[in-house]
Design a binder for this molecule. Structure first.
Ligand SMILES: Cc1cc2nc3c(=O)[nH]c(=O)nc-3n(C[C@H](O)[C@H](O)[C@H](O)COP(=O)(O)O)c2cc1C
Length: 328
C-alpha cells in the first residue's frame, strides 16, 4: 500500500516537516510512501472550459483537465495512492489558493457518483469502463497549518481542506490542528506534537487498502458531525436546525451536559457529501437541472440576447500586457 503526503507550504517549511513526519508514521505501519511539495509546481485554476467533459465524452478513462501545467502529475499521484495526507498553510484564515485550485480541478471531474454512472453505462454499451483508480477507497487525514497563536485564525482551513476528499469519497480518519506555529518556531521543537503527527500518519497507513466499512475515525475527539468529524455549522435562522458546513447534513442542535450537540437523523447522515448517498443525490440534482436547463432554453432561449442588450453598456477593463506564469 502506498501513502501519499502533499505539502502546499514552502520548501522545508512547517508543512513539509509535518508531512514528512506523518509519512514516517505511515512507513512504520508498513506502507510505501511518497512525498510531494506543490509550492514550485504550477496548478492553475479551473476556468470552467469543460474540456475535461469533452475528452471524457470521446471515451477517455477519466475527465482530464487539458491545461498544460503540473495538475496531472499531482492528480495521478493521488489516484495511485491508497491513502492521503494533505498538509496546507492557512492564508487569510482559509486554505491557500493553490490547494483550492487543485480541489476545483479534481472535484467535479472526479465525482464518484458520476463516475459510477458512466462506468455502468459504458460497460452496458460493451465499451471499456472508466479508470478503476477512481473507485479506490482511500483513508485521508488533513493538517491545516497556521502561524497564529489562536485557532480562530485557522478556522476555515479544515472545512476547506475537506473538500478535496469529498468528491472522490475519501474516508476521513484523522486530522490535526496546526495553529500556533509562530510560537513553536519549528514544530520539530515540540516532541509531543510531532509524536501526534507520526500517529496521524500511522492512522492513515494502517487503514490504507482496507474496506471502507472497516475504516475508523482515530482523531482526538468525535467532533460534531459523524461523517467529517468537523465542528463547523451553518445556521439559516430556522429554529434549532443547523447544517454541517462540510457535509451538508441537516441536524437538530441541542445542549447536553452543558455542551452543544447536533442530532443528525440517519437519513441526513446518509445524504452528507462524504457519503455515497450524498454524492448520488447531488448527481441526480445536476441531471434534473440539465433537463430543466434544456426546457427553459427551448422555451425562452431566444429572449436572452435582447435581455442582455443593456449589459453591453458596461465595458471590460483589460491589462495592457499579459503576464505568464513560469516555474521557479
Ligand atoms: C499571506 C499569508 C497569510 C497568512 N495568514 C495566516 C492566517 O490567516 N492564519 C494563520 O494562523 N497563519 C497565517 N499565515 C502564516 C502561515 O500559515 C504559516 O507561516 C505556515 O506555517 C506556513 O506554512 P509553511 O511554513 O509550510 O510555508 C499566513 C502566511 C502568509 C504568507
Amino acid at each position: 500500500m502506498q501513502v501519499l503526503a502533499i505539502s502546499f507550504g514552502h520548501k522545508d517549511g512547517n508543512c513539509d516537516i509535518l508531512a514528512k513526519k506523518a509519512l514516517l508514521g505511515a512507513k512504520a505501519a508498513g506502507c510505501d510512501v511518497k512525498f510531494i511539495n506543490t509550492n514550485n509546481l504550477i496548478i492553475e485554476r479551473c476556468t470552467g472550459c469543460t474540456a475535461c467533459d469533452k475528452v471524457f465524452e470521446k471515451g477517455a478513462e477519466a475527465k482530464l483537465c487539458q491545461r498544460p501545467d503540473d495538475f496531472r502529475f499531482v492528480r495521478d499521484a493521488i489516484m495511485d495512492a491508497d491513502g492521503c495526507i494533505f498538509v496546507a498553510p492557512v492564508y487569510s484564515v482559509g486554505v491557500t489558493g493553490q490547494y483550492k485550485n487543485l480541489l476545483d480541478r479534481m472535484g467535479a471531474s472526479h465525482d464518484r457518483a458520476a463516475m459510477i454512472a458512466a462506468d455502468k453505462q459504458r460497460k452496458a454499451e460493451g465499451k471499456p469502463g472508466v479508470d478503476p483508480r477512481l473507485f479506490k477507497d482511500r483513508p485521508v487525514a488533513y493538517i491545516p497549518v497556521g502561524g497564529a497563536r489562536t485557532p480562530g485564525w485557522t478556522s476555515m482551513g479544515l472545512p476547506m481542506m475537506h473538500l478535496l476528499g469529498v468528491s472522490n469519497l475519501m474516508i476521513p480518519v484523522d486530522y490535526m490542528e496546526g495553529y500556533g506555529m509562530g510560537d513553536r518556531v519549528s514544530p520539530l521543537l515540540d516532541k509531543p506534537y510531532m509524536d501526534r503527527v507520526f500517529q496521524l500518519g500511522k492512522n492513515v497507513g494502517e487503514q490504507a487498502g482496507i474496506p471502507r466499512e472497516k475504516m475508523e475515525w482515530r482523531g482526538d475527539w468525535e467532533g460534531v458531525c459523524p461523517s467529517c468529524h468537523g465542528t463547523t455549522l451553518t445556521y439559516r435562522g430556522e429554529g434549532t436546525k443547523v447544517e454541517c458546513t462540510v457535509c451538508g447534513s441537516i441536524g437538530d442542535l441541542c445542549i447536553e451536559d452543558g455542551k452543544i450537540k447536533v442530532n443528525y437523523p440517519a437519513d441526513q447522515i446518509a445524504r452528507g457529501r462524504y457519503q455515497p448517498g450524498g454524492l448520488v443525490e447531488h448527481y441526480e440534482e445536476i441531471q434534473s437541472m440539465m433537463k430543466n436547463f434544456m426546457e427553459v432554453i427551448k422555451e425562452h432561449g431566444a429572449e436572452i440576447p435582447a435581455l442582455a442588450k443593456e449589459l453591453e453598456e458596461i465595458e471590460e477593463t483589460k491589462p495592457e500586457h499579459r503576464t505568464m506564469l513560469k516555474r521557479v
